[in-house]
Ligand binder design. Sequence first.
Ligand code: KG4
Ligand code: ZN
Length: 338
Amino acid sequence: METYILGIESSCDDTSAAVLRDNKILANVIANQEVHKFYGGVVPELASRAHQQNIIPVIHKALDAAKIHKNQLHAVAFTNGPGLLGSLLVGASFAKSFSMALGIPLIEVNHMHAHILAHFIEDPQQPQKPEFPFLCLTVSGGHTQIVLVKNHFQMEVIGQTIDDAAGETFDKAAKIMGLPYPGGPLIDKLAKKGNPHAIPFPHPKIPELNFSFSGLKTSVLYYLRDQLKKNPQYIEENKEDISASVQYTIIEILMNKLRKAAQQTGIRHVAIAGGVSANSGLRQTMLQEQEQSGWKVYIPKFEYSTDNAAMIAMAGYYKFQEGDFAHQQVTPYTRYSD
Ligand code: KG4
Ligand code: ZN
């Protein structure tokens, strides 16, 4: 029997709905919120209001695109955390009501696990799926983790940031440069034309497999402040080199710990996931590593890197098979827990 799952994602600033038939995506609709662009980051109150406006049209659109009727759905999977509470509540409330009205199971999904499980979405362009156990560098706007993925459900965080996340660092560096939010994709674009060695930003010395990015953020701030005193046009004249140097430093910080994790665990199957895995420099560096170190590298399709409901539906599908359903009383959580 074919299983149809509706996935709902509303943890941050994207409202998304997807329909999955088994592990194939029939529809994946995303409404981005432009409203945060000039605030330098997501404004939680504005995000939850925009989710409220977007959720019903996005779900209609996904069902239409999938060419199925809501009565054909077998379950509703939704992001229950981590994320912004007000944003999560919109998706959770809708998912609860919809599952109750349709009389089908409700499935709660951990957003960070879903980023990893996006690798299992069936796609003719990416027939190879990661083999267990594998390591996953999960890098987003709110999290930076090295995860030991044992199976579709057991995921152990073996390293994580002690302060800012990698995506947040891209966004904050962009903000200092006067670029709009989210700055990650803009830095990526500018970096392509710049020299990654133009500015030698310092690397943190953090024990174990953990990361720190707050020092980098501060050194970008001070470096640019000093340069601007000498030349008020410094950022405008050097934005490609600044972007390339910031991006290179973030990638090196990430890769050094990922190499260490591979060495310590002896695991050679290594994946990346989350919004920052859309970064072209990180993708290229992972492919180089595959050539040099004999890793088997897994890079998600671009559209499944940043936030989307396809990954939520995918995670929901595995839970559906296990009969792992949520109660109506389940409440969203803001911080990661595995
Ligand atoms: O996973 P995601 O879409 O949302 C969260 O769960 O946080 O990640 C968003 C983050 C943002 O910080 C954004 O700037 C970053 O991913 N990002 C990128 C790129 N695309 C998105 N960072 C660097 N290069 C990119 N191409
Ligand atoms: Zn995410």
